[in-house]
Design a protein around this ligand. Structure first.
Ligand code: ZN
Ligand code: ZN
Length: 396
């Protein structure tokens, strides 16, 4: 048995693949199955195990990927966004550096236990966090040329803004399983397609058809496969298809003056073209003179706001590291996103109506295993970070 972050895992006896499909709102799978585009998933949903799980809030990529590979919420692993306000230096920084990681990953522990482990991500921003401390193969599709893997994957380097970036992850995973047969593989895609295309559209179905084909190949190689997602995805538009944004920095500056509040959007990452740094979660740092309770209730009364929590309440409810969030946490409703100041968002890259994530409305994700597991507690609140527990402790 392996003991990691207060959970116990059995060592794998069969090749094991955990797949995090970025932005996989459950309806993408239902629609692809309904349209006859995902025969492997259709079979697997019938003969394996199909659950709906809750991801961690904020429903963003980095916190959830790190939860899946640590088996723990952000309060334990420390990664609570793609981006944070570093109170130690007074600057806003990306959270890609492993120095922010507070817990070991299960992947590193499996490698230390002598198992061969491979990690393939779409975007390079996740690679150093997922591979931290891990003795094994870890590369991104985005920088596959630098990793020297283009030859054996047999595909050209994909653009960072393309469906092919995720396809490369699956293609590389299948090739790797064929050639080297790692004991454990973690595959993590990008939500480029999901930000642009709603469930059941031809473009979304085409993505899931491709994914389904690669998963069928991994299944045929004898792999235990667990598929989950980092978060869901929803339309965030007004009736006229313009982004439905509450610019919190502008709102607060208008209420209490320009230097009293600092709005941080943890969705911010180096790849903002498809979401303009607009998501349904924000955190706010307030100066000591600000009336926190009064601002919280005033914000909560705005149309489109789902909830406003104090730091302490947010840390408890969402299992977040209290020292890495602001005085207030704001979550917007399903059709609404939160911005900082309107002047700071470049929306010129949004060539289709905005779809995004970050809130409670994107919390439900699929949790699918290609093995039937009898006796699972259907009333348990399953989490996407139970993926490895299902894979290692129940599916083999
Ligand atoms: Zn994501
Ligand atoms: Zn996204």
């Amino acid at each position: 048995m392996l003991h990691v972050n207060a959970r116990s895992y059995r060592l794998p006896t069969q090749p094991t693949v955990v797949v995090c499909v970025d932005g996989c709102e459950p309806d993408y799978i239902a629609q692809a199955v309904a349209h006859g585009q995902a025969p492997w998933l259709k079979r697997t949903l019938a003969s394996g195990t199909a659950l709906i799980a809750d991801c961690v809030i904020p429903s963003f990529t980095n916190p959830n990927n790190l939860s899946i590979v640590t088996g723990a919420p952000p309060a334990v692993h420390g990664i609570c966004g793609n981006y944070l306000f570093d109170t130690a230096t007074g600057s806003e920084v990306m959270m890609n550096d492993p120095k922010w990681l507070r817990a070991p990953t299960l992947l590193a522990a499996l490698a230390d236990a002598g198992r061969s482990v491979a990690v393939i991500t779409a975007k390079d921003k996740l690679r150093t966090l997922l591979g931290h401390g891990m003795n094994g193969l870890c590369f991104s599709a985005e920088k596959a040329d630098e990793a020297g893997v283009l030859d054996w994957v047999g595909r050209p380097l994909p653009s960072v803004y393309s469906a092919e970036l995720s396809e490369f992850v699956f293609a590389a995973g299948v090739q790797l399983m064929r050639r080297r047969g790692p004991d454990v593989m973690y595959l993590s895609t990008t939500d480029y397609v999901q930000h642009k295309h709603a469930p059941g559209t031809p473009e979304a179905d085409a993505f899931y058809r491709t994914m389904d084909r690669y998963l069928a190949e991994l299944d045929a190689l004898g792999c235990v496969i667990v598929l989950t997602a980092d978060h869901g995805m929803n339309a965030k538009t007004r009736l006229d298809a313009s982004p439905n944004v509450i610019y919190l920095q502008d709102v607060l500056d208008g209420w209490i003056g320009a230097t009293t509040a600092r709005v941080i959007l943890p969705i911010t990452d180096p790849y903002v073209v498809h979401h303009g740094a607009l998501g349904s979660f924000a955190t706010i740092y307030l100066s000591a003179s600000a009336d926190r309770a009064a601002l919280a209730s005033r914000l909560a009364a705005l149309r489109g706001i789902e909830c406003v929590l104090t730091r302490e309440a947010a840390a408890e409810r969402f299992e977040l590291p209290a020292d890495r969030i602001g005085d207030l946490v704001v979550v917007s409703e399903r059709f609404t996103v939160l911005g900082s100041a309107a002047s700071r968002h470049d929306l010129s890259g949004l060539d289709v109506p905005l779809r995004s994530h970050g809130g409670l409305s994107e919390q439900q994700v699929p949790l699918i295993v290609n093995r039937r597991i009898d006796g699972l507690d259907g009333d348990r609140r399953w989490r996407n970070f139970d993926a490895f527990e299902l894979a290692l402790n129940h599916a083999q």
